[in-house]
Design a protein around this ligand. Structure first.
Ligand SMILES: [Zn+2]
Length: 302
């Protein structure tokens, strides 16, 4: 068993085996990128250099609270940044439920700004128009952004690079820490996790440390992360709650609402999937119900 501190730090939620598994997956993702790039170069040798590459995008979604538990969230903003660090899409999103807190220090968005924002469906359509089946998505805690924006593998993207995994140093730290230490960007300094800044930081981290698959560069980055003092995450500074809203979806010690943590929900979902799959085999059913789970972006509590 791992030695788990009484208050489990969300930054330490991976055990070594999981970390190693993710690293292998991330390296495979890079291999996929190189393969895609090579294939693309072969088939389009007469095109300009930039069009020979598969598309690389970063996406980041900010959320407001629609209730007081850490699961009550709705997306309030989204930004997409290309591999040249250009913001190609940036929009507010009008939540479909009343907002109990804009979580300003985390979202960077004020409730009043959302009044005239486009609806989720309108934004979703635009977001989807930027993604292709060959897109490589780079991001920090990127799975939650992908789930919020209903991006599907094979339709909107080919593969992912999860920067949190890439920079995992066996003492995992937050994406903002990576940006702060490696790029000298303080994502909290602008008064919140503005989606476009987070997405830009992801691309910068990717371009700087991962693009050329230079292991020594990545090793240096990991060492720098290990040596640098960790800033106290925002959710701790607020002792797990902001305007009465629980901020901790990964850390039972800071959870103020008692709802299942994201890791527990994932476990339940996997168990349910397995059961459903067995049931379908037995009953010969071909239909399945995919119940989408709300995932709170880890960054929104850091
Ligand atoms: Zn909670």
């Amino acid at each position: 068993m791992n030695k788990i501190p009484t208050i489990v730090d969300a930054t330490r939620k991976h055990n070594d085996v999981e970390v190693e598994r993710k690293r292998i997956r991330a390296v495979r993702n890079l291999d996929v990128l190189i393969q895609l790039t090579n294939d693309s170069e072969k088939s389009s040798s007469n095109k300009s250099p930039s069009s020979q590459l598969c598309q690389i995008l970063s996406i980041d979604v900010g959320c407001v609270a629609t209730g007081y538990s850490h699961l009550d969230r709705a997306p309030c903003c989204v930004a997409i940044v290309n591999d040249r660090c250009e913001i190609i899409f940036n929009s507010l999103i009008k939540p479909d439920k009343p907002v109990v807190s804009d979580l300003l220090p985390f979202s960077g968005v004020r409730t009043a700004e959302l009044r005239d924002a486009p609806s989720f469906d309108e934004v979703l359509e635009k977001v989807h128009s930027f993604f292709t089946p060959t897109t490589l998505i780079v991001g920090q805690s990127v799975m939650s952004d992908i789930e919020w924006m209903k991006l599907e593998q094979g339709v909107h993207y080919n593969s992912l690079i999860e920067l949190d995994d890439e920079f995992t140093t066996f003492d995992p730290k937050y994406g903002i820490h990576e940006a702060y230490v490696l790029l000298n960007i303080d994502l909290n300094a602008v008064g919140g996790h503005v989606a476009k800044n987070d997405a830009k930081a992801s691309i910068k981290l990717y371009n700087e440390y991962l693009k050329d698959k230079n292991q020594s560069k990545l090793g240096q980055a990991q060492n720098a992360l290990l040596k640098a003092p960790t800033k106290i995450p925002l959710f701790r500074q607020f002792s797990g709650s902001y305007e009465g809203v629980c901020l901790s979806a990964f850390n039972r010690g800071y959870c103020r609402c008692g709802q299942p943590l994201i890791s527990e929900l994932h476990k339940q979902t996997n168990e349910k999937k397995r059961r459903n799959s067995n049931d379908r085999k037995e009953e010969g059913l071909s239909t399945s119900i995919h119940k989408k789970m709300k995932v709170l972006n880890k960054k929104s509590q850091s």
